[in-house]
Ligand binder design. Structure first.
Ligand code: HEC
Ligand code: HEC
Ligand code: HEC
Ligand code: HEC
Ligand code: HEC
Ligand code: HEC
Ligand code: HEC
Length: 392
């Protein structure tokens, strides 16, 4: 599945040179929040980025305002320790990191007339392709993906960024074509190596998979932090840290976003900055089974959401500071909050929410089925909670 259909939609990143004043952060944030409250509809990420002083993937703050997870860990040590082992924190790595090749010495792949190799040479990881006569090679910069499904590699030639034609698939323990790249034999070595990412697309890839790759509206991944770190969600933290170190607790709280106060629609859109909001999915024009990849859209289509004006958000089931939980039984409590057997007074609802006649445990195993998306070699969990009647 190692690709996302991100090329099918374009986000016009706000080019307004907004000054990023965190001092007015909370006041202004709360008034925006009230505005969104009256408007209970999911917005596109493009609109959120324009409206909010801080929002994930927003790129107006300067690089100097980001301080790094190690600094946050000095005071929030347990949150940091578990967050650093999440899929999100590990979603990209630099070639200098040991995780980069997952401990493999070298990787090879053949597609006549081309033969490929990825191997560590000194400080660099070289990605090369030859056709028997000539041979080209590039140092890899980044691996995207935390490796459960696999890795796709990024390299740079001059100003341009490229996506490797080959990805490493954990299930195969080998290289194979990156999803979306054609299996037909490429016409030349350059195209055998990879695909040019248009500048706008490269900026967006790094925006969702790294932190601080675009700062002061300038794209420079060489200075980014690998992975989705604390500041990707909470906003740049240097002012917060400075205030906390000097004992200005209230001031410090104003200088960092705590997303726990967001209303349900805004909260789901917040995760949707990278997972795609309902507004984004509608704007992209994606329909049918392909929307299963976009959890915010699917969740908001379920009756559990519409029947309760959104009293379940991503945070009802996921802790963004912990790795994804796979045991289906551990989600039961979230369902039983509303669907308990004796549920006459559940969640202040004026009517009784129904309970299940079939089972009282492992709810998600039947009501949130895993669905294989054609062409992606990966089954996603359908977040449209429902009674599954047939293949539809
Ligand atoms: C010098 C210590 C210190 C450092 C370093 C630090 N924090 Fe904090 N942080 C605090 C304190 C103290 C609080 C207030 C806790 C409370 O009131 O319960 C806090 C609160 C928070 C809150 C909640 C704010 C609110 O309004 O309730 C968030 C989010 C947060 N920190 C994130 C971060 C991030 C992200 C970093 C790294 C960029 C970081 N912190 C670094 C001390 C620190
Ligand atoms: C709008 C945000 C966004 C953009 C842009 C984006 N991705 Fe992703 N990507 C994600 C999210 C979210 C996931 C996790 C999918 C899931 O499991 O729901 C993901 C998953 C992946 C994975 C699989 C990870 C794994 O461990 O299985 C790879 C590889 C990947 N993306 C590479 C890329 C590349 C390369 C680009 C640019 C060409 C890109 N992505 C653009 C958000 C984004
Ligand atoms: C800055 C971008 C970004 C934001 C904001 C974000 N995510 Fe993610 N998330 C990702 C990417 C990228 C991945 C893919 C990780 C991978 O597999 O490589 C991911 C993966 C995940 C996964 C695990 C997927 C797996 O296959 O194991 C969960 C769960 C998740 N995110 C939940 C959330 C929730 C909940 C929020 C909101 C609080 C959120 N995310 C906000 C980028 C983001
Ligand atoms: C994917 C987005 C995301 C990332 C990455 C992230 N957080 Fe959070 N954080 C949240 C959300 C959402 C909440 C609100 C949680 C809630 O209401 O249940 C939160 C809440 C907090 C709080 C408030 C107190 C609490 O625990 O409720 C602190 C402190 C905090 N995060 C620190 C951190 C630190 C430190 C890091 C990095 C090690 C980090 N966060 C990484 C999304 C994120
Ligand atoms: C009612 C509980 C529930 C809610 C609400 C929920 N999730 Fe999930 N989510 C799950 C379960 C269950 C899984 C599958 C866990 C497993 O078996 O690996 C999952 C898996 C995921 C994955 C991994 C990729 C996939 O599709 O399998 C991502 C990413 C994710 N959720 C993001 C989100 C986001 C973003 C939101 C908010 C829009 C959200 N989830 C809301 C229960 C929930
Ligand atoms: C915030 C409350 C809430 C939560 C949490 C919740 N639901 Fe629901 N759910 C509802 C409401 C309201 C309905 C509308 C029908 C009704 O009154 O039963 C509903 C409907 C359903 C339906 C019937 C859907 C249909 O298409 O007929 C199923 C199945 C269901 N929920 C399962 C679950 C499961 C499984 C979970 C946990 C993963 C869950 N719900 C979590 C409130 C909730
Ligand atoms: C083995 C699969 C399975 C499991 C596990 C399961 N369900 Fe169901 N559930 C079903 C089926 C099938 C139906 C439809 C039954 C029918 O139409 O009579 C259903 C119906 C429902 C309904 C709609 C009831 C109505 O009368 O409209 C709700 C709500 C629901 N389940 C919630 C849950 C919750 C909450 C859990 C976990 C405590 C759960 N289910 C566990 C299969 C399952």
């Amino acid at each position: 599945m190692l690709r996302f259909g991100q090329q099918t939609y374009l986000i016009a990143l706000s080019c307004l040179a907004m000054s990023f004043s965190l001092d007015r952060f909370v006041d202004s944030f709360q008034s925006q929040h009230r505005r969104a409250d009256s408007d209970r509809i999911s917005l596109t990420t493009e609109d959120r980025l324009e409206d909010m002083l801080w929002w994930p993937t927003k790129s107006v703050a300067s690089r100097g305002e980001y301080i790094g997870t190690e600094e946050c860990a000095k005071c929030h040590s347990s949150t940091a320790a578990s967050q650093m082992s999440t899929e999100m924190a590990l979603t990209s790595s630099r070639s200098v990191d040991s995780a980069f090749l997952d401990g493999h010495g070298a990787l090879a792949f053949q597609q006549a007339p081309y033969s490929y190799e990825i191997e560590r040479k000194g400080d660099a990881i070289r990605y090369s392709v030859g056709d028997g006569q000539s041979f080209i090679s590039q140092p890899l910069l980044f691996a995207f993906g935390q490796g459960i499904v696999g890795h796709t590699y990024i390299y740079q030639v001059g100003e341009n960024f490229f996506e490797s034609r080959l990805s490493y698939y954990s299930a195969l323990k080998a290289l194979d074509l990156t999803t979306g790249h054609l299996r037909s034999v490429p016409p030349d070595l350059e195209r055998a190596l990879g695909r040019l990412l248009e500048p706008r697309e490269a900026k967006k890839c790094f925006g969702c998979h790294t932190t601080a790759s675009t700062t002061a509206n300038h794209f420079d991944p060489s200075k980014s932090l690998a992975g989705v770190t604390c500041e990707a969600c909470h906003g740049p933290g240097s002012k917060h840290v400075h205030a906390m170190k000097t004992g200005q607790i209230e001031e410090g709280k104003k200088n960092i976003l705590n997303p726990s106060g967001l209303n349900p629609v805004t909260s789901v859109d917040f995760c949707g900055a990278c997972h795609r909001t309902s507004g984004d999915v509608i704007q992209m024009g994606i329909k049918g089974v392909a929307t299963v990849r976009f959890q915010p859209f699917r969740l908001e289509e379920s009756r559990c959401w519409s029947g309760t004006s959104g009293q379940l958000t991503c945070l009802t089931c996921h802790n963004p500071h912990e790795p994804l939980v796979h045991e289906s039984g551990s989600y039961d409590h979230a369902c039983l909050r509303c669907h308990a057997q004796s549920s006459s007074r559940n969640l202040g609802s004026d009517r009784r929410i129904t309970a299940c006649r079939i089972s009282n445990k492992n709810c998600v195993s039947c009501h949130m089925p895993k669905i294989e998306i054609p062409g992606m070699h990966h089954a996603f969990t359908d977040h449209r909670i429902r009674i599954v009647r047939d293949a539809a």
